[in-house]
Design a protein around this ligand. Structure first.
Ligand SMILES: Nc1ncnc2c1ncn2[C@@H]1O[C@H](COP(=O)(O)OP(=O)(O)O)[C@@H](O)[C@H]1O
Ligand SMILES: [Mg+2]
Length: 254
C-alpha cells in the first residue's frame, strides 16, 4: 500500500510528504491529532519545502555577488543607519507598493551588503530579483541595442519585481548609455521596485550621466516613491586597520 501511495505522491510531485511520511506514520506523538491536523502538518511541510526550493532557484538566477543577510550586518558599526528602518524595509512592503530604495554613501559602508540582504529576503518570498552593477547594465543594454533587440532586453529587465542596480557613479555613463538607463527606469517607474546604490550625491548625477536633463529625468522617477538611506560612517573594509592603528596608538601611549 505504501508503495502505491509513494508512486501517487511522486505523480503529484509531493516529494517532501513522500520523504517525511515513513517516519511520520510511526510517530506516536501525533496520535492525539485529528486527521485534518495531520494532513495540515504534511501539507505545510510540502509548502515550506517548495517555497525554499523556489527561493533557491531565484537566488541562483539573481546574480548576487555574495550571499549575506541583515543578521550578518553589524548595525552598531554604522550608527548613522537606522536599524529599525532597514528591518521595516525587510518586510518588503516597498515591493508591494512599487517603491524604490536608494543607498547613498562612501565605499565600504555596506550599501551592496544591505541591497543584497533585501534582495535575498525578497527572493525568499518568491519575488523575482536581479542584481547587476551599473557598468554591466550599460554593457548589456548597449549590446542589446547593437544587436537590434533593445526592446526585448528592456522588457526583460522591466519585469523583475526587484531590480538592484549597484555602484551608480563609480564609472561615468555616456550619453547613449544614459538614454538607455532612462528608458529602463521609466519602464519600471510606479510599476516595479528598484534598489540603487551610489557613492555620488544627487547633485552630481549630471556628471555621472554626462547630461543634466537626463540625470534629472532619471532622478525624478527614482526618487518620486522612494526611501533614501544615507550612510555616513566609516568603511567596514578598513575596520580592522582602524582597530590595528588604534591599538598601535595605545601601545605608544603606554
Ligand atoms: N556594518 C557591517 N557589518 C558587517 N559587515 C559589513 C558591514 N558593512 C560592510 N560590511 C562588509 O564589508 C564589505 C564591504 O561592504 P559593501 O556592502 O560591499 O560596501 P559598499 O557597497 O558600501 O562599498 C562586505 O563584505 C560587507 O559584507
Ligand atoms: Mg558596493
Amino acid at each position: 500500500m505504501i508503495e502505491e501511495l509513494n508512486k501517487k505522491l511522486e505523480i503529484l510531485d509531493l516529494i517532501k510528504i513522500k520523504e517525511v511520511l515513513p517516519d511520520y506514520i510511526h510517530k506516536t506523538s501525533k496520535d492525539n491529532l485529528t486527521l485534518t491536523e495531520q494532513l495540515n502538518y504534511l501539507v505545510t511541510e510540502e509548502i515550506n519545502y517548495k517555497d525554499s526550493r523556489a527561493a533557491e532557484g531565484i537566488i541562483k538566477a539573481s546574480n548576487f555577488p555574495f550571499r549575506k543577510t541583515l543578521d550578518d550586518y553589524d548595525f552598531s558599526f554604522q550608527p548613522s543607519l537606522s536599524e529599525k528602518q532597514i528591518r521595516e524595509l525587510s518586510n518588503l512592503s516597498f515591493i508591494e507598493n512599487h517603491e524604490n530604495i536608494i543607498f547613498i554613501g562612501n565605499s565600504g559602508v555596506g550599501k551592496t551588503h544591505l541591497a543584497v540582504s533585501l534582495g535575498i529576503e525578497a527572493a525568499k518570498h518568491r519575488n523575482s530579483v536581479y542584481f547587476i552593477t551599473c557598468h554591466n547594465l550599460m554593457l548589456k543594454l548597449n549590446k542589446a541595442q547593437k544587436e537590434n533587440r533593445l526592446d526585448k532586453q528592456l522588457q526583460h529587465l522591466a519585469q523583475y519585481k526587484l531590480l538592484i542596480i549597484d555602484e551608480i557613479g563609480y564609472l561615468p555613463v555616456d550619453h547613449q548609455g544614459s538614454n538607455l538607463f532612462f528608458q529602463l527606469i521609466a519602464k519600471r517607474y510606479m510599476n516595479k521596485s528598484t534598489i540603487v546604490t551610489t557613492n555620488m550625491p544627487f547633485s552630481r548625477w549630471g556628471e555621472v550621466f554626462s547630461d543634466n536633463t537626463l540625470a534629472s529625468a532619471v532622478l525624478d522617477r527614482l526618487l518620486h516613491y522612494s526611501h533614501i538611506i544615507r550612510i555616513t560612517g566609516n568603511s567596514y573594509r578598513i575596520k580592522d586597520k582602524i582597530v590595528e592603528s588604534d591599538s598601535r596608538t595605545n601601545k605608544y601611549n603606554e
